[in-house]
Design a protein around this ligand. Sequence first.
Ligand SMILES: Cc1ncc(COP(=O)(O)O)c(C=O)c1O
Length: 388
Amino acid sequence: MAISDQATALVQAGVPIVRLAAGEPDFDTPEVIAEAGRMAIQEGFTRYTPNAGTMELRSAIVHKLQEENGLTYKTDEILVSNGAKQCITQAVLSVCSPGDEVIIPAPYWVSYPEMARLADAKPVVVQTSLTDDFLLTPDALSAVLTEKSRLLILCSPSNPTGSVYSQQMLDAIAKIVAKHPRLLVLSDEIYEHIIYSPAKHTSFAALPGMWERTLTVNGFSKAFAMTGWRLGYLAAPKRFVTACNKVQSQLTSGASSISQKAGVAAMGLGFAGGEAVAKMVEAFQERRDFMVRRLKSLKGVKLSVPQGAFYLFPDFSAYYGSEAQGFGTILDSESLCKFFLEKAHVALVPGDAFGEPRCLRISYAASMESLKTAMDSIEQSLTLINIE
Ligand SMILES: Cc1ncc(COP(=O)(O)O)c(C=O)c1O
């Protein structure tokens, strides 16, 4: 927030800042989806829907999960909410009791630990390393499990690292989960479609014995460029969906009727979002390739090449503790972000927000032109720091 406020102040003062901090696609919502939203308003589809979502949308989600993920659910095992964020919060609130432990591999999406705290549960952060592509190893998981372990949160493709778990790695994790009967898994699959070949998405619930133990969360924000429509969903065994449904009925009721009509149109785009989503993913991949090339050429920077989502999470810690001309000492990820903002006019997010202070998060959900400008300026500004 501090960096964002400073970026806004600079923009207001007329400084052209390239913002690579946002967690949303820079594309417009595909026209067919937007049109379905307009039609919903025109046709007066503007009243409360059932709390769990319209039958039309839940049926479309059931179909999607079967076709694309090999997962079989009934419509009463689906809960549509105002964004995946609400789905995850409700899931954590529903399954965790005070004192339960929520296992969160770091780097993590900033909200997970706070959601655990909201449920009076204890976030147990498990550090992963860049050399393991920031993926949770079975040994690291086994080492933190206790009788209080209630929920493991997995996010693949990941925000902030872009890492993707292979089926083989998930199988190894599932074997450990199977040995701990009280442990559930929340599988956050919101970046599912933004994935680069040869990486492949595997739904955790599809692994042997894991359907019963998994709460799958997905949504429309990222793949369909619908962040402002606020639409996500949970798929899980009925008892969990029923509990989440109760929480939602007192918090917000059903998601927007207009967005749900748009969601049906999104599901109608075809397998994995069809041509409309494929075009966006192609653009993201081109940007990823460009950014990887540029970052790898920077002195002292370490990088795990992301396989999905639209983030890079390079390790800039080689610059910490060094003097930057006209700036002062680069202390940590926050001060390096301030340095890039002031000297390169690029807004990034410090890694400590995601539980990994050695890194910075760069979102490449921006035009190629902006990315080129940003990388040229970053490269230039780094010449002000002597790291030997
Ligand atoms: C990993 C992850 N999960 C969930 C969400 C929430 O998405 P939404 O509430 O927009 O559906 C986000 C958004 O940034 C995210 O990055």
